[in-house]
Design a protein around this ligand. Structure first.
Ligand SMILES: [Zn+2]
Length: 462
């Protein structure tokens, strides 16, 4: 479709912030200008796309993606990751500060990423910074350069160039972030608890699970919340896998700590009981836990305890995953810990959410509106609403498809969803009003953290 300045997209099922209804969506210059009654906007010389009963969703926002370029582009790169995102209905990606070399812990590292990503983004792309031991002086320049916040690890990250923070480093970083008004995003597993857990290598998933116990998450979250209380920093717990941390978060919120949390499709749709021996495509840290825990995560989602479901897409090459089908040992202890799912998050979650009685509005809140809020993008991303970017997805919620890893746009053909049948097919993705064609030139933009909202007159006068 050629780019037209104004266009109308019509559907009998548009997922709006206040629910689903038939509507016409008028797009002008890349933004949603009007939402009108279904069939009410005359097409005239405007381009009309009538989706019929196919659902119109806002493009999803995935704030947790490891692109790995430059430095480990063979694991995943900007072109492959953002094509996968577009094909999966994700129109905004915020890239994690590690697994690329250099990591995004300095402005030079950020500039290296921006330069490399230039001309390779099929969706809009932003960057997290990293807070590591010794880089407190880098946080303000990175913040000014537009990173969305700062990631820290409380346990070893898996790559040498992104060390974890001890308590003293953590508190120094949080104090600086509180001063800047930045968001601290934290990988919360406790290294002492991990070190004390039984370490039994091999192909049995239960041994790997025992090596990363839920207690490592609760100990780390407790320690983080203490530091957040002392420093006043705003903190976000990444990839919560254990439901045992939820009471700690509730208590902290009651105490006035500014804390949010996310979980991921693999914790909500997969379970330890079903991981085959040696299938290291399922390995991630923290790990996929048992079915009872999965049910507890869904209950927490329904209660609004998670602000977002995001992919934590963190692939590597098949040889580093040690997959038996690629000649590897299938040893869970040695395999790279990360799950590839960027293109599959929406259908994976929809398949399970529908089975549990949830609606597409719920899915949109968890995967578009919530992560947009987390990243400070409410107002431009994550909703079909007037004034927002016309980032949209035509979604068939009743169509099934079988996952063939080699057919995904991810660089490497490894995903724990391989062989599964999922429900929900992305038919078309629009970015700022234009159809994204992953075989044509990309037109994604690099985005930065929106400037803090200026005080209104009435606030200034108080
Ligand atoms: Zn991650």
């Amino acid at each position: 479709m050629p780019f037209s300045e104004t266009a109308v997209i019509r559907s009998r099922r548009v997922v709006l912030p206040d629910g689903e209804r038939p509507a016409d969506v008028l797009i002008r210059d890349g933004r949603i200008e009007q939402i009108a009654a279904h069939g009410s906007l005359l097409a005239g010389d405007q381009h009309l796309t009538d989706l019929g009963d196919t659902v119109l969703l806002p493009g999803l926002v995935d704030t947790h993606v490891h692109v790995n370029e430059p430095g480990r582009t063979e694991w995943e790169g900007f072109a492959t990751a953002t094509r996968a995102a577009a094909a999966g209905g994700v129109t905004t990606v915020i890239d994690m500060p590690l697994n690329s070399i250099p990591p995004t812990t300095t402005v030079a590292g950020l500039e290296a990423k921006r330069k490399t990503a230039d001309g390779q983004a099929w969706v809009d792309l932003g960057f997290w910074g990293g807070a590591v031991p010794g880089n407190v002086p880098d946080l303000e320049p990175l913040h000014r350069a537009g990173v969305f916040g700062f990631k820290s690890f409380l346990a070893p990250s898996g790559v040498d160039e992104f060390p974890h923070v001890e308590q003293e480093d953590l508190e120094a970083a949080l104090a600086e972030q509180a001063r800047l008004g930045a968001l601290a995003i934290i990988h919360a597993e406790d290294p002492a608890v991990l070190a004390a857990a039984p370490q039994q290598p091999g192909v049995h998933y239960r041994d790997f699970l025992a090596s990363r116990p839920a207690g490592a998450e609760t100990a780390a979250v407790a320690r983080l919340l203490d530091a957040a209380r002392r420093t006043g920093a705003r903190v976000h717990i990444l990839h919560v896998s254990s439901a045992a941390v939820l009471p700690l978060l509730r208590q902290a919120r009651e105490d006035g700590v500014r804390v949010t949390a996310e979980t991921c499709p693999h914790y909500l749709t997969l379970a330890a009981e079903e991981v085959p021996d040696g299938d290291t495509a399922f390995k991630c840290c923290p790990p996929i836990r048992d079915e009872a825990n999965r049910d507890a995560l869904w209950a927490a989602l329904a209660d609004g305890e998670f602000i977002a479901i995001v992919s934590d897409h963190s692939p590597s090459t098949p040889d580093l995953k040690l997959l038996p089908e690629f000649g590897g040992s299938g040893d869970f202890a040695q395999a790279w810990g990360g799950i590839a799912s960027l293109q599959l998050g929406l259908p994976a979650i929809w398949t399970e959410a529908r089975r549990r009685g949830h609606t597409l509005s719920d899915v949109v809140r968890w995967m578009a509106g919530g992560p947009a809020e987390l990243a400070g993008l409410t107002g431009t991303k994550g909703a079909v609403a007037v004034g927002h970017d016309a980032d949209l997805v035509a979604f068939d919620p009743d169509a099934d498809f079988a996952v063939h890893a080699a057919e995904l746009h991810h660089r490497n053909p490894v995903t724990p969803y391989a062989g599964r049948t999922l429900t929900g097919v992305v038919r078309t993705t629009w970015l700022r009003g234009r159809v994204v064609d992953v075989t044509a030139e990309p037109f994604g933009r690099q985005i930065t953290r929106p400037a803090a909202r200026p005080a209104t007159r009435s606030e200034e006068s108080q």
